[in-house]
Design a protein around this ligand. Structure first.
Ligand SMILES: *[C@@H]1O[C@H](CO)[C@@H](O)[C@H](O)[C@H]1NC(C)=O
Ligand SMILES: *[C@@H]1O[C@H](CO)[C@@H](O)[C@H](O)[C@H]1NC(C)=O
Length: 629
């Protein structure tokens, strides 16, 4: 009985995952007076704190984009090395001219530089301020954040990034640029003379007036700095560092950043999805245990008493269910790729739950996903070739080849196309050519050969055995009820898994598009598990109904039924666009639609494969339970 409390403990630990991760990097100790480096990352659009604020752009800009005129260090900014995933998700980290030394110059006003901003650049900056762009700084791996109070719970949390400027109050209809930064660095004295940084907070201010003289950094009674779009002007950038002692130890320094704003909504969503899945499981088991076992005993009994052979329902089509579906090649390739993606998602979530994807390893999530995808090429090849053999396909080489190269090529082409839009928009988010090359190498150098190996073993193990033979002449199919037609069945059956997951989907989309930190992996993993079970049961249920209606073309339909939730995801994405985003440039819209389509496609492959393989398993079970002469 000890198992249950510890399981509950483990579960709650995993669910409060912001308090549960292995630190990614070793802690760094600073001595007094030691240089603390401040790195600058790309500027990202953010949802401002105002009521019903919307995200206005999806395009990142380099901090040192010449139009911003931010102060550069002597000798020019130095690019910092980043992980593959970090680069893909838009990290562009550079050194900066801030001169910060541990526990020194407390509260001293320091001038960074004076920049000369011309009218054209001023217009660019004002546009970015109107789009609520945020600056992203990193100190000792911690992002600079603004301290905010959650209005509902009254709890303090750190909101990553801070405003480039503000256009809250219309100063002569023009936005104000923030040119002064109050930096509060929280430190923890680990051992006498050894200090660790445990919090980075920045309050930006816009200090107008004379920009040429000596700075005072006074933040009381200041007039905002408004850039003129018609003439050149000087902007003086200043900052002031305050060192605050803190009792937060290094190990929990991320907690404030990753607080889940309101965990109740996640619990609500989880309970909701579990209710759905329990309801479904009860329904399926009722059907299986009542009607199927009754069917089987009735059939076997009537067979023995040598009555007039009378078949009904799914039994009628026993000579048809394993007839080769149309396009067996495509079906097997899609299942193979779906299985590959599915294992990638599963392993990534396990990694996340075990706490390996610490937020201080920037981009670790994407990196793990890409590496997993490459190595699971073997699973893709294996599943694809076995399904292909089982469906009676004969062109095994073609199958192996397209399984290995098809999906990566499609994804690559979409990313390439989106990259093109980013380049047009002059965004720093465009993936550099070198990185694209590394990804291509990873996929075509590791994934494709492994996929070929998988195909080899899949072919060797050959087709799965079918319990009943296929009749030489196909049966007539009676017209099936409306809800069993392919598209209506797909849409109908997609509601349940979508309903089980849409709350988490909202948070995942916010973190994808609105660069919100989201580390509630416990909830995501449980929801994904529940969704997988829902997809499998719904597909089995619909396949059973279909066979009862003497519709034996279940292969493609079960895939479509399993993947049906992708259509809802797509619709939800459009709804999210209409309600939460107000993208103002064509490039942003194209990017959003591109990523949304990609997301829906991958979701379709994963859930379709689950639906198809689950139905395959159920159909084999069903027909091996009856005796055929
Ligand atoms: C820095 O100044 C602030 C405000 O005056 C003070 O609270 C803090 O203790 C000072 N820190 C150090 C290390 O002197
Ligand atoms: C820093 O310390 C001062 C004095 O202890 C305090 O008033 C202030 O709120 C602290 N600031 C932050 C951001 O913790």
């Amino acid at each position: 009985m000890k198992v249950i409390p510890s399981a509950i403990l483990a579960l709650s630990l995993a669910l409060s995952s912001y308090a549960f991760y292995l630190p990614g990097a070793a802690p760094r100790n600073y001595a007094q007076g030691e240089q603390v480096e401040l790195f600058v990352n790309a500027l990202t659009p953010m949802i401002s704190g105002k009521d019903d604020a919307k995200l206005k752009s999806l395009i990142n800009y380099d901090y040192y984009n010449p139009k911003f005129h931010f102060c550069e260090p002597n000798g020019g900014p130095v690019k910092q090395s980043e992980s593959l995933g970090g680069i893909l998700f838009g990290d562009r980290i550079f050194s900066s001219p801030f001169d910060i030394k541990m526990l020194e110059s407390n509260q001293t006003c320091q001038t960074l530089c004076k920049a000369n901003v011309d009218g054209e650049s001023a217009k660019f900056i004002n546009d970015r301020i109107r789009e609520d762009y945020a600056l992203n700084w990193l100190i000792d791996g911690l992002p600079a954040a603004e301290m905010k109070i959650d209005l509902r719970t009254g709890e303090m949390f750190f909101d990553i990034g801070f405003n480039l400027g503000n256009d809250d109050e219309p100063f002569e209809e023009m936005p104000a640029l923030n040119n002064h930064y109050e930096i509060v660095l929280r430190y923890h004295e680990y051992a006498p003379g050894d200090y660790r940084i445990v919090g980075v907070l920045v309050w930006p201010y816009s200090i107008g007036g004379d920009q040429e003289g000596a700075a005072t950094c006074g933040t009381e009674n200041i007039s905002p700095l408004v850039l003129s779009e018609t003439q050149s002007q000087t902007v003086r950038y200043t900052y002031r560092v305050t060192w605050n002692a803190s009792s937060t130890p290094w190990a929990t320094r991320w907690d404030n950043y990753l607080k889940i704003a309101d965990p109740r909504i996640h619990w609500f969503s989880l309970v909701n999805s579990i209710v759905i899945v329990v309801f479904l499981l009860i329904m399926v088991s009722m059907i299986l245990y009542r009607s199927v076992s009754r069917d089987i005993s009735r059939y076997n009994a009537s067979d023995m008493s040598e009555d007039v052979q009378e078949d009904w329902g799914w039994k009628l089509v026993h000579g048809e269910v394993f007839r080769q579906p149309s396009y067996p090649l495509l079906l097997s390739i899609m299942s193979g790729n779906g299985a590959q993606l599915c294992s990638m998602v599963g392993v990534t979530l396990v990694f996340a739950l075990l706490g390996f994807l610490s937020p201080s390893n920037r981009g670790s999530l994407a990196t793990v996903m890409m590496v997993c995808f490459s190595f699971f090429g073997c699973i893709g090849g294996y599943v694809s070739s076995r399904v292909y053999s089982s469906l009676g396909g004969s062109n095994k080489r073609k199958n192996a080849f397209i399984t290995a190269t098809g999906l990566p090529t499609i994804v690559f082409m979409v990313v390439f196309l989106l990259n093109f839009f980013l380049l047009i928009a002059n965004s720093s988010g465009a993936v550099p050519f070198g990185t694209l090359l590394v990804i291509a190498l990873l996929w075509f150098g590791i994934s494709a050969p492994l996929s070929a190996v998988g195909s080899y073993y899949g072919t060797k193990h050959g087709a799965v055995h079918h319990p009943v033979r296929v009749n030489p002449i196909p049966r007539q199919i009676p017209p099936s009820p409306k809800y069993l037609r392919p598209w209506s069945a797909a849409l109908l059956s997609g509601i349940l898994p979508f309903g089980a997951a849409f709350v988490e989907l909202y948070f995942v989309m916010s973190s994808l598009f609105a660069s919100k930190a989201y580390y509630a992996f416990g909830f995501v993993a449980l929801t994904a598990g529940v969704m997988g079970i829902t997809v499998a049961t719904v597909s089995i249920l619909f396949t059973y109904f279909m066979l009862c209606a003497e519709e034996y073309r279940w292969h493609w339909r079960s895939f479509l039924i399993g993947g049906g939730n992708a259509f809802w995801v797509l619709a939800y994405g459009l709804f999210y666009w209409a309600s939460r985003l107000s993208l103002d440039s064509f490039s942003s819209v194209a990017l959003y639609m591109g990523y949304l389509l990609l997301l829906a496609l991958l979701d379709f492959l994963v859930t379709g494969t689950i639906g198809f393989l689950a139905s395959y398993w159920a159909v084999r079970k069903l027909y091996s339970s009856i005796r055929i002469d």
